[in-house]
Design a protein around this ligand. Structure first.
Ligand code: ZN
Length: 79
């Protein structure tokens, strides 16, 4: 479930609300009842970052296993 960030246009009150994607966005400030603006991207941005980290981590693991394999064959030859 993504976290949506809202900011009140009138009093400036900012808050976050955990909502399912299908849920209607909040329209009213809980403090003063004025219309609020939804700031998009907080939760989704985190998900994109996570997948990027996963990709680099996977590549690093791959080269590391190759390195240890070369090391092992060297040890086998010498002994
Ligand atoms: Zn307000």
């Amino acid at each position: 479930m993504p976290i949506y960030e809202y900011r009140c246009k009138v009093c400036g009150y900012a808050f976050e609300r955990l909502q399912p994607i299908s849920a209607e966005p909040l329209r009213r400030c809980p403090k003063c009842g004025s219309p609020v603006k939804r700031l998009i991207g907080t939760g989704i941005g985190v998900i994109f970052k996570g997948s990027g980290f996963y990709e680099t981590d996977y590549k690093r693991k791959d080269s590391a296993s190759e390195l240890s394999r070369t090391k092992n064959s060297k040890t086998n030859k010498s002994s």
